[in-house]
Design a protein around this ligand. Structure first.
Ligand code: 6PG
Length: 239
């Protein structure tokens, strides 16, 4: 059960937090976020006939995606996107869309035309141009899921990397410190402009970045406005 942060805990000072939820463990975190996704999908589809959902990469969201296929989601009206992708060949085990196929797509019935993943095999520049033109057809993303790296990056927006300062919708990334060096990422403006943003942050490895953000460091994860943070206890900086 998520503990809604009261005034007692300093973690509520996350600078861009719309809400902060602390979960006992990653399993509880994953189930709660999966249920949030299902609720947002129902609301968006009821209001606008479509739910534009941006999935996060990395390892943390795996369990959340694992739980989604058990929930009542009208996948025929869900359009899936990616917040970032690694410039690797299609089907490479290290691609984010491979993880999403394994944890979600192979277990749900969603029309192939609803999948809008990043053609990162084209290389950073061509893939970013391709993806930006696709996204121009979307007035507003409904929900963006985001992870946070140990250095405070989110999507493939890394501290000190020029891509993080780009105003573009889809941005080529070079010299990323987390392999592979070449990636494509959604830019900060489109991420912040989504109706809803949810961070999934778990594990002791994220403590130092959270601590820096609480101390005012303007790390990329801290620059996504009005986000809902879901943290497990292991990620909390020492009280
Ligand atoms: C990627 C991810 C990246 C990820 C963070 C956290 O392509 O690597 O999109 O932004 O969300 O690095 O990764 P973990 O969840 O594995 O800690």
């Amino acid at each position: 059960m998520a503990l809604r942060i009261g005034a007692a805990m300093h973690i509520e000072n996350l600078p861009n937090a719309k809400a902060v939820y602390i979960h006992e463990n990653i399993d509880d975190l994953s189930l709660t976020v999966a249920e949030r996704i299902a609720a947002s999908a129902a609301q968006a589809i009821g209001a606008r006939g479509v739910f534009h959902l941006v999935l996060a990469g990395g390892e943390t969201p795996r369990r959340c995606y694992d739980k989604l296929h058990n929930l009542a989601i009208d996948w025929a009206h869900v359009r899936l996107y990616l917040g970032d992708e690694r410039c690797l060949p299609r089907g490479d085990a290290q691609r984010n869309d491979t993880m999403i196929r394994d944890t979600l797509l192979n277990r749900i019935n969603i029309p192939a035309g609803n999948l809008h993943f990043i053609p990162a095999e084209l290389g950073p520049r061509a893939a970013a141009i391709n993806y930006a033109s696709l996204l121009r057809g979307v007035a507003q993303l409904d929900l963006v899921l985001l992870g946070m790296g140990e250095d405070g990056h989110t999507a493939s927006l890394f501290p000190g990397n020029p891509a993080t300062e780009s105003g573009e919708v889809a941005v080529p990334v070079f010299n990323a410190p987390k392999p592979p060096a070449e990636r494509v990422t959604l830019g900060l403006s489109i991420l912040s402009g989504a109706r809803q943003k949810i961070f999934l942050v778990a594990g002791a490895g994220k403590r130092s970045a959270l601590k820096l953000i609480l101390e005012g460091a303007s790390l990329p994860a801290a620059r996504v406005g009005a986000a809902e943070w879901h943290l497990d206890r292991a990620a909390l900086p020492d009280q």
